[in-house]
Write a protein that binds this ligand. Structure first.
Ligand SMILES: *Cc1c(COP(=O)(O)O)cnc(C)c1O
Length: 378
């Protein structure tokens, strides 16, 4: 198990510097003034990465905590929420909205391509009375990247706040919170930043804070409530003791990211090379358009069983790729090429393992996957 290469779309491989940061001696994060300065410094790194002056908070918990906190803190019973859906995470927001008493207006777009902002606008011309809208940046199960900028441009014209799940996109594709006008942007530690699962972050606009602060009813949930996170630095107080070792690791991962000038370009190049490779070998991508450079989803060749494929890849080649989830669990295979996974050597090793495994399972390919990839990356 030790040197298993985890080429899944999160959690991703962790750099040694990040792993070591977790092992640092800790302080008392509630009492040590230096910890508040350290946390403030980490926040400014994130503001830098997200291109925003909005508040950013880093919560202790996996990405889902961020999604649920945003819904719990914004929604009051009866609020109408527009849930933009072109995939499993997109639709999943509807559950959180209902859980906190919101009235869901689900707008469905085809799952195999990005959301069409013009079509969304046509719907809003009829009815735009929504408190906010939810949207997923990268639909991880299908590898589709939605055009956040085009969509928030429309939402902002109709004064609808936006909550964007960018968990599997931010850090791997360009994100520009302030110029796009995103109200809440959600991210996680274990995808493109390649820190261990355990922290989730979000940027919160002034308009979103105002909406949260003007609630008439209390937020249902303490851990999920964003209100106590305001002015933590002035108050020198967090709502609960911070998971300091996870935060040390995440902060180191942010330093690695900021010190890596080619990070976004590398995602773009390798994402394109993986897609071209699979197609040239005769495999079929799931998406018709709007490919994310962080994960590639392709149709599982007929007759291949994921568990068997996974077993062979792990036992013989020490590599793991992913199946998909929900209704796509049986039909899609996915290679995560985000964060620390997004290096040619790792992708080459993965494609070679996949090539040999598919052949062993009786799948015919046009040429060896790793050789095509080598051509695509010269
Ligand atoms: C990974 C991910 C999350 C976090 O959820 P988990 O499935 O628990 O890791 C949220 N949204 C998206 C789009 C993700 O890819």
């Amino acid at each position: 198990m030790n040197d298993l290469l985890i080429m899944t779309p999160g959690p991703t491989e962790i750099a040694e510097s990040v792993r070591k940061a977790m092992a640092q001696p800790i302080t008392n994060p509630d009492l040590d003034p230096e910890f508040f300065d350290f946390y403030a410094e980490m926040v400014s790194k994130l503001q830098n990465i997200l291109h925003t002056e909005n508040d950013v908070i880093v919560m202790s918990g996996e990405g889902i905590l961020g999604l649920e906190s945003a819904c719990a803190s914004l929604i009051e019973p009866g609020d109408r929420v527009l849930v933009i859906n072109n995939g499993i995470f997109g639709k999943g927001f509807a559950d959180f909205v209902r859980l906190y008493g919101g009235e869901v207006e689900l707008v469905d777009f085809p799952d195999d391509r990005p959301v069409d902002a013009d079509k969304l606008e046509n719907l809003l011309k009829e009815d735009s009375d929504y408190k906010f809208s939810t949207l997923v940046h990268c639909e991880t199960p299908t590898g589709i990247l939605n055009p956040v900028e085009e969509i928030t441009e429309v939402l902002n014209r109709y004064d609808i706040l936006s909550v964007v799940d960018s968990v599997s996109a931010v850090g791997g594709v360009p994100v520009d919170v302030d110029s796009w006008g995103v109200d809440i942007l959600l991210g996680g530690s274990q995808k493109c930043f390649s820190a261990p699962p355990g922290t989730t972050f979000m940027s919160i606009s002034e308009a979103a804070w105002e909406m949260i602060n003007n609630r008439e009813t209390e937020v249902h949930g303490y851990y999920l409530n964003l209100i106590p996170w305001q002015n933590w630095y002035q108050k020198k107080s967090f709502p609960y003791t911070q998971a300091i070792s996870d935060i040390y690791a995440f902060d180191q991962a942010l330093d690695n990211w900021l010190g890596d000038e080619d990070v976004l370009l590398r995602h773009e190049k390798n994402g394109r090379a993986v897609r071209n490779t699979l197609q040239r070998a005769g495999l079929e991508l799931f998406a018709r358009a709007g490919f994310s450079d962080t994960v590639t989803a392709f149709k599982k060749p007929a007759g291949v069983d994921y568990d068997e494929l996974n077993q062979i890849m792990a036992d013989k080649y020490n590599v793991m790729i992913a199946s998909s989830v929900g209704k796509y669990a049986k039909d899609i295979l996915r290679i995560g090429h985000m964060g620390e996974n997004c290096y040619e050597e790792k992708i080459y090793r993965t494609l070679k393992a996949l090539d040999k495994t598919l052949r062993e399972l009786g799948v015919e390919l046009e040429d060896e996957l790793q050789l095509i990839f080598a051509e695509e990356t010269v």
